[in-house]
Design a protein around this ligand. Structure first.
Ligand SMILES: Cc1cc2nc3c(=O)[nH]c(=O)nc-3n(C[C@H](O)[C@H](O)[C@H](O)COP(=O)(O)O)c2cc1C
Length: 302
């Protein structure tokens, strides 16, 4: 049985990836991470960030809200320390970066371009879009900003480049096409939806930052629709993300055209979710007598 898929120059032994910010090497206590397709690291920025005030996560019906606020020690620490900690990993490591503007994304890509251990870079575009000192939504909501950032990032690295898109847009295909035109190798979608949860005892928001990002099973059908829409428009591979909890969820994304997928919130519910999904996809293909996972990609019949 052949589970191999390709994203740009990246060859994955199977399409199972873990989503940025939801997984760490400590999951190695539960299963052999080297059995997965790829490992996406938590987003890093040029300089360290302290993140948002606590509480930063709260459970909601069929999902969770988080407002981590991109806490991280900066890209240099990632290169010097985090990558060392991941040295036991043989599967591709995808670094994830976020910045305030084109120059920051380009600088991040340039730094990571020199790291042998990093096989691909995911551009987290769900960052505030600042123009003339004014915040105007998210970068991922602005077709021109996405084009400019991907273009400059492309000029800064030869590594496989994945643009991670936000669902908080009128038409995600417009943004995906801009990323494709600018030269990225793949798009991944979706990131979280802005959302709110309130504590009825205290009358206060559940999160210190008031607003958080909704993820988990609640967002899956919306993510799936967006992935299908994007797959129908772009020629580059699409990585499906959003509420994938079991193998059927994952297959739905692939049937709708995703080349690979990422498991996020499910890791908090069941730390073995990614490996269970992989095993069950194998059993499914065997049962159905399908010799290559590629046969599944884009097989939706309407
Ligand atoms: C606690 C938490 C932290 C996250 N941190 C990041 C991050 O650093 N960078 C990023 O691109 N996405 C981050 N995400 C978004 C996920 O990677 C993913 O896009 C989103 O949660 C949707 O997938 P899911 O429903 O499977 O969780 C985070 C999500 C959660 C729940």
């Amino acid at each position: 049985m052949n589970l191999e898929v390709s994203i740009g120059k990246l060859k994955l032994f199977n399409p199972v990836m873990v989503a940025s910010g939801t997984f760490g090497k400590e999951y190695g206590k539960f299963f052999d991470i080297n059995l997965l397709g790829a490992y996406v690291a938590k987003t890093v920025t040029l300089k360290a960030r302290i993140g948002n005030p606590p509480p930063r996560v709260t459970e909601t019906f069929a999902g969770m809200l988080n407002s981590i606020g991109l806490e991280n020690k900066g890209v240099d620490d990632f290169i010097e320390n985090k990558l060392q900690e991941l040295s036991g990993l043989k599967i591709p490591i995808v670094a994830s970066v976020a910045g305030d503007n084109e120059n920051e994304y380009a600088a991040l890509c340039k730094k990571l371009d020199g790291c042998r251990k990093v096989r691909a870079i995911e551009l987290n575009l769900s960052c505030p879009n600042v123009r003339h000192g004014e915040r105007i939504g998210l970068i991922a909501q602005d077709e021109k900003a996405v084009y400019g950032i991907v273009k400059k990032a492309r000029g800064s690295t030869d590594k496989t480049l994945i643009a991670k898109l936000s669902p908080n847009v009128t038409d995600i295909t417009v943004i995906a096409l801009a990323a494709e035109r600018a030269g990225c190798d793949a798009v991944s979608l979706i990131n979280t939806f802005p959302a709110l949860a309130v504590d009825t005892q205290t009358f206060r928001p559940m999160l210190g930052n008031v607003i958080g990002g909704l993820s988990g099973p609640a967002i899956k059908p919306i993510a799936l629709k967006m992935v299908r829409d994007v797959c129908n428009k772009v020629r580059i591979p699409v990585v499906g993300i959003g509420g994938i909890t079991d193998y059927k969820d994952a297959l739905e994304f692939m049937i709708c055209g995703a080349t690979a997928f990422q498991v996020g919130t499910a890791n908090f519910i069941n730390p073995e979710a990614p490996i269970e999904i992989l095993k069950e996809i194998k059993s499914y293909l065997k049962r159905k007598n399908i010799e290559s996972i590629k046969k599944i990609i884009g097989s939706l019949e309407i």
